[in-house]
Ligand binder design. Structure first.
Ligand code: FAD
Length: 447
């Protein structure tokens, strides 16, 4: 039967009227379906156990992969604000073109689909721990277990109080580049375009992210200046009395390789930073700079604060770091909330903090993934400790590294004890080990 033009129009009109009627019957939504707000449920209720991981850095990505490996039946949701993973480890080498941007960058979407977990790019805004709920910019997600892998924040308040303009100016012009990744590009352009003069680096007081990495950065920038014959001096303002860890390895590099490029200033505790007039006052004297890498003190990342995970000291003041059970890495008052990686606070009276390293964050992730798998299976988790291994490139012509290893064990009292082994002799075989280490880590996180 042929449909006449008149009959077609009539039936199309009837269909339109039905569709309009059904749309009108729906509750009125102010926004299209996929534009959500914080009060919407971002995901339906989980059918089994759901682990939500907040933060897709070294700790979070490692946790997602190992949770699925240990327990494929578990639902894993990774919440991260950045669209791509950008690695801080190896980024000092990227600053001076030893590796390229591809070497540091990984796709969250690819790895999530490969290991069958869900990646959601969103800002985590708040936690309702009593309801086991995370609030994100796009809606809320309920969890059975929560892993907070928050990384660090800069405590600019210690320098500038509530002067937000000074903090923003500092971050935009003289970034520390200790948080990926916009800052890294500003820093790279700054040092590669540096024409000469004084480049001042302020080191944060301990504990801070990757303790030996500021010294590695100074060495690599110095090697760039040397190579490009830039008449620049790097002035390292260190609140400590000597470089730590790998003290002799760095001191030797400063005095023999970079005598004309690096001035190391110990016991330089920051008293005042004036980014607008390029002036810094310290306990070791006052300094002016032509360019600077201004590293404010570090604290646990914002999500650890929002999760209510920050501990208090004996005087009742906030410590800036998450208070966790040293062995099980969960909040003492909330066993279903784990904190891993750099955000973790004091774990031992002997050495206080684990080194804030990607290697440790990865080890924490594996350990917590095992704890959760055991708990889901109804078993009591058995305590495990991380290790740490860190390579630092101090020379690019020829390429040479130094290294440090940390091992941990429990003493008779159940206290975590740290053993530190510095490898101070710079040499090329450590460079190969450095790249092998990075490959192993990337393989573990991204496959
Ligand atoms: C220059 C440099 C060199 C380093 N070299 C080494 C090395 O050689 N070896 C080594 O082991 N370690 C090294 N590190 C240290 C290493 O980068 C960190 O220890 C590691 O990244 C810590 O992992 P994490 O998961 O705790 O934090 P991160 O890797 O920082 O992950 C935190 C994540 O949380 C996300 N996030 C934060 N807030 C929110 C929010 N509100 N909503 C959504 N997402 C959020 C962030 O975007 C980030 O992806 C180096 C660091 C630097 C800066």
């Amino acid at each position: 039967m042929q449909i006449s033009r008149r009959r077609f129009l009539a039936s199309a009109g009837a269909l339109g009227a039905t569709a309009t009627a059904s749309v009108l019957a729906q509750p009125v939504r102010p926004l299209p379906f996929l534009i959500t707000t914080q009060s919407d449920a971002l995901l339906p209720k989980a059918s089994g156990k759901r682990v939500v991981i907040c933060g897709g850095g070294w700790g979070g990505v490692s946790a997602a992969r190992h949770l699925k490996k240990n327990n494929p039946g578990i639902e894993v949701v990774l919440l991260e604000r950045n669209p791509l993973f950008f690695s801080c480890p190896m980024s000092n080498k990227w600053l001076v073109d030893v590796v390229d941007t591809n070497y540091l960058t990984w796709s969250y979407l690819d790895v999530a689909s490969k290991y069958d977990y869900r990646f959601i790019q969103t800002e985590v805004l708040a936690f309702e721990r009593d309801r086991k709920r995370v609030i994100t910019a796009q809606g809320h997600v309920d969890y059975d277990y929560l892993i907070v892998a928050a990384g660090i924040r800069y405590n600019y308040e210690a320098w500038f109080g509530d002067d937000r303009r000074a903090a923003e100016y500092t971050r935009a012009r003289y970034p520390a580049a200790y948080i990926p990744n916009a800052e890294h590009f500003v820093l790279k352009a700054g040092i590669q375009g540096f024409k000469g003069g004084d480049l001042v680096m302020t080191l944060p007081p301990p504990p801070h992210r990757c303790p030996p990495s500021p010294y590695e950065r100074a060495c690599l920038i110095a090697s760039l200046f040397k190579q490009n014959k830039v008449k620049g001096k790097i002035i390292l303002l260190d609140p400590k009395d000597s470089p730590k860890p790998i003290t002799e390895g760095f001191q030797e590099a400063f005095s023999t390789l970079y005598r004309d490029q690096i001035t190391y200033v110990p016991k330089a505790v920051i008293q005042e930073v004036d980014p607008f007039n390029k002036r810094i006052r310290t306990t070791a004297g006052d300094f002016r700079f032509d360019h600077s890498i201004l590293m404010a003190p570090h604290q646990a990342g914002d999500m650890a604060w929002k999760a209510g995970a920050i501990g208090r000291n004996a005087e009742g003041r906030l410590t800036g770091w998450a208070a966790v059970d040293p062995l099980f890495l969960n909040l003492r008052e909330d066993r279903d909330v784990y904190v891993i990686g750099d955000a973790v606070g004091i774990v031992s009276p002997q050495f206080s903090f684990y080194p804030k390293a990607g290697h440790v964050a990865n080890a924490h992730a594996r350990i917590v993934a095992r704890y959760i798998a055991d708990r889901v299976a109804g078993k009591a988790p058995k305590a495990a400790l991380p290790d740490n291994l860190c390579f630092m490139m101090v020379n690019t012509a020829p390429r040479e590294d130094i290294a440090v290893r940390f091992r941990y064990h429990l003493d008779d009292q159940g206290v975590i004890i740290q053993e530190q082994i510095d490898d101070n002799l710079r040499r090329d075989d450590l460079v190969s080990e450095d790249f092998q280490w990075a490959s192993r880590m990337y393989e573990d996180m991204f496959g």
